[in-house]
Design a protein. Structure first.
Length: 98
């Protein structure tokens, strides 16, 4: 049996968007602590995250600039964690590409 090495990169960047990636809360720098959160950020019942289209477009532009393969679809999932700095108990992660 032969194997082929597949190497991936996970890149973290701060995009210059007006709102967060999964909520409409502001990303303004320098504001007072705890003033830039909304119901989605807090994980309140009955609210659902909405992906920031501006952030997606920036990511696509970067991918094209570095000649990366741009996927047609992404599937996101909630990963449950119990961290003191994660009051809602989960983070949203990109689960699969298609």
């Amino acid at each position: 049996m032969t194997y082929q090495a597949v190497i991936g990169l996970e890149i973290h960047v701060q995009l210059k968007t007006k709102s967060k990636i999964f909520s409409g809360a502001s990303t303004s720098f320098g504001n007072e602590p705890k003033t830039q959160a909304c119901a989605v950020d807090l994980g309140l019942p009955g609210v659902l995250p909405v992906l920031n289209k501006e952030a997606v477009m920036m990511a696509i532009k970067f991918g094209l600039a570095v000649n990366a393969q741009i996927q047609n679809n992404s599937i996101f999932a909630r990963k449950n964690y119990f961290y003191p700095d994660l009051p809602k108990g989960y983070q949203i992660s990109n689960l699969k590409y298609r």
